[in-house]
Design a protein around this ligand. Structure first.
Ligand SMILES: Cc1cc2nc3c(=O)[nH]c(=O)nc-3n(C[C@H](O)[C@H](O)[C@H](O)COP(=O)(O)O)c2cc1C
Length: 391
């Protein structure tokens, strides 16, 4: 804020107006933005009930990039909402496709809970290209009415409890290796599970997290993608119910007085840069261990299943996070180093060498996450169910 603006604010009494809406300055998200976490009313239309669980899936930048078509009976056809991609940080849309998998898995688990044995056909009209998306469906989820009920999935009980805590972990609480081992058990054969709690390896991976975060926040177009998706304070959060949510009094004040710059990337060393960097640094340096999920890229390419392997990684990831919820472990994706934009290439290659021992053309790191412990956090907003139903 320059001096003239400051004077204008003070002189016109606008500071009082700007902060009036922050009375009491609750850090709670607006109730409607997090109402989805109460779960749908029991019973009712089974497809809507299952979709109300599926939209609680973890997904990149909380874009909620899903559209469900309900025109065919006993069927849910899933599409990517192409208005909700992240073209700068996720130029090949890999994370958006992984985020279809998380949704699909919760959908299938919820349908099972209602006695429905859904068959999932991935990309029934063919996969989009490796670096593009198209308007064809990601999945057709269909069932025969009256067919025998499948076994319920015990992970259903964690859907309304699961969360991604985006705060520093408690560095006085190491992670019990048995907890990490328990995660391996829910992942399934299509995806390679990896983990480390070993001090030297954790230190090297913490450094990769932090250095790759620096690349993302110092690359103007990638940092601006996040800046534009940042919702500050209750009214923006209630309006959008997606993206990155900030409720701190300082950010709300800055936004209220026009100091939150949505047009220019934060310069290195500026207050805005320091705020973002401190957050990333804290998350990186309090990682108490790491887990990752890789898929066989060479095999998937040969079989024309690159996109299917990404969906499978998403399905495995949400199972892993539901299991973590059950056993009291926090899991937080740190997706900077495995992003595909050009400036990230040195860290992308290094991460693949460390976690797969081979280049990404052979094996792709689909999810790379820190693990640890922290106090439970508020649930992240979700949009209304109606907003993901296409027809
Ligand atoms: C493919 C994928 C990548 C993600 N990458 C990140 C990340 O780099 N940083 C982060 O804070 N969260 C990441 N997340 C977690 C999302 O931010 C989180 O799921 C979303 O904000 C919704 O919050 P919830 O999981 O608590 O419901 C990722 C999730 C997915 C599925």
């Amino acid at each position: 804020m320059d001096r003239r603006n400051f004077m204008r604010l003070v002189g016109g009494g606008s500071v009082a107006m700007a902060t009036a809406g922050m009375a009491g300055c609750s850090s709670d998200y607006p109730a409607e933005a997090v109402a989805a976490w109460q779960g749908p009313a029991p019973g009712g239309d089974v497809r809507r009930w299952a979709l109300a669980h599926a939209l609680l899936a973890p997904n990149s930048h909380n874009r909620q990039p899903w559209l469900a078509d309900l025109r065919e009976a006993n069927t849910i056809t899933l599409y990517v909402d192409r208005e909700r991609t992240l073209p700068m940080t996720d130029p090949w849309f890999r994370q958006i496709v992984v985020s279809q998998g998380t949704f699909l898995e919760l959908l299938v688990i919820a349908l099972k809970e209602r006695g429905i044995d859904a068959q999932v056909q991935l990309f029934p009209q063919g996969e989009p290209g490796e670096k593009a998306l198209d308007d064809k469906p990601v999945a057709r989820v269909a069932w025969m009415p009256g067919a025998p009920a499948p076994t319920r999935d015990p992970l259903f009980a964690q859907i309304l409890k699961r969360q991604t805590a985006k705060v520093d972990y408690d560095t006085t609480r190491p992670v019990d290796p048995a907890l990490v081992q328990a995660l391996a058990g829910v992942v399934g054969p299509q995806v390679r599970f990896g983990a480390t709690l070993e001090a030297a390896r954790v230190a090297a991976l913490r450094e990769i997290c932090w250095q790759s975060a620096r690349v993302e926040i110092l690359t103007p177009r990638t940092v601006m993608e996040s800046v534009r998706l940042t919702r500050v304070g209750p009214s923006q959060i209630a309006q959008h119910r997606d993206g990155i949510n900030v409720m701190t009094p300082m950010a709300r004040f800055a936004d209220a007085v026009g100091l939150f710059d949505r047009e220019n990337p934060p310069a290195e060393g500026s207050t805005a840069y320091k705020q973002v960097a401190t957050r990333f640094q804290g998350h990186s340096q309090t990682a108490m261990g790491f887990v990752w999920l890789n898929t066989d890229q060479a095999g998937a390419r040969a079989a024309g299943r690159i996109r299917a392997s990404q969906v499978e990684a998403g399905r495995a990831y949400v199972r892993l996070q539901l299991k973590a919820t059950e056993i009291g472990l926090q899991v937080h994706p740190m997706s900077q180093a495995n992003q595909e934009f050009d400036e990230m290439k040195p860290w992308y290659d290094k991460l693949h060498q460390l976690l797969a021992g081979k280049p990404a053309t052979e094996e792709v790191v689909q999810m790379f996450c820190r693990v640890g412990h922290c106090a439970p956090q508020a649930h992240t907003p979700r949009r209304e169910l109606a907003s993901i139903i296409r027809a």
